[in-house]
Write a protein that binds this ligand. Structure first.
Ligand code: ZN
Length: 187
């Protein structure tokens, strides 16, 4: 049975670190991926990066098929993903399992060329767009220690300050398990 893993939250150091490149895949990674899919689905997420389950490795999963409009879009398991090209720019609303209850509009490329390795360490190059491209960019940001709230202007951030502080203090209730932590980025 796959395990539900607790999600790291805004304010934790691991979400600000650059993830380590994965050199080989063993059964532990395969098991981690299974647990990540299970965790993501139970938290009603459509993307999850390893740092969000407290692992500092360049691994992320994306599955937008739970949304009816995208039901034919196949899930992605990305090892060491890199964006190799971008096209157009579009504003979409984003949220993050590590930053519960906050949603905001972020502008990003609409179409991306993506290079990653699959679980057989085979190199894959694809072009994707729309919601899948959006989530992939959000997850790759996680692997670089970046969060979607970093894109927001000062005014918008101000609006969210109270909620962000509650998350940092671990005082937010969610219907999926979170890592309990003391706020590290005090202000
Ligand atoms: Zn996120």
């Amino acid at each position: 049975m796959p395990k539900q893993l607790p999600i790291t939250t805004y304010g934790m150091d691991i979400l600000r670190q650059k993830s380590k490149i994965l050199k080989d895949i063993d059964y532990k990674i395969v098991e981690l991926v299974e647990n990540m899919f299970y965790t993501m689905k139970n938290a009603a997420g459509i993307g999850l990066a390893a740092p969000q389950v407290n692992r500092n490795i360049a691994l992320a999963i994306v599955d937008v098929s739970v949304i009816d409009e995208y039901k034919d879009v196949k899930p992605l398991v990305m090892i060491n993903p890199v964006i190799t090209g971008t096209h157009r720019e579009i504003i979409m609303e984003e949220g993050c399992l590590s930053i519960p209850e906050i949603r905001a509009e972020v502008s990003r490329p609409e179409v991306i060329s993506l290079k990653y390795y699959d679980l057989n360490m085979k190199e894959i190059n694809i072009e994707i767009d729309d919601l899948q491209a959006r989530v992939v960019q959000h997850e790759i940001d996680h692997l670089n220690g970046k969060l979607f709230v970093d894109f927001l202007d000062k005014e918008t951030l101000k609006e969210f300050k109270k909620s962000l502080n509650l998350i940092k203090k671990g005082k937010l209730e969610t219907d999926y398990p979170l890592f309990i932590h003391e706020g590290e980025e005090q202000d």
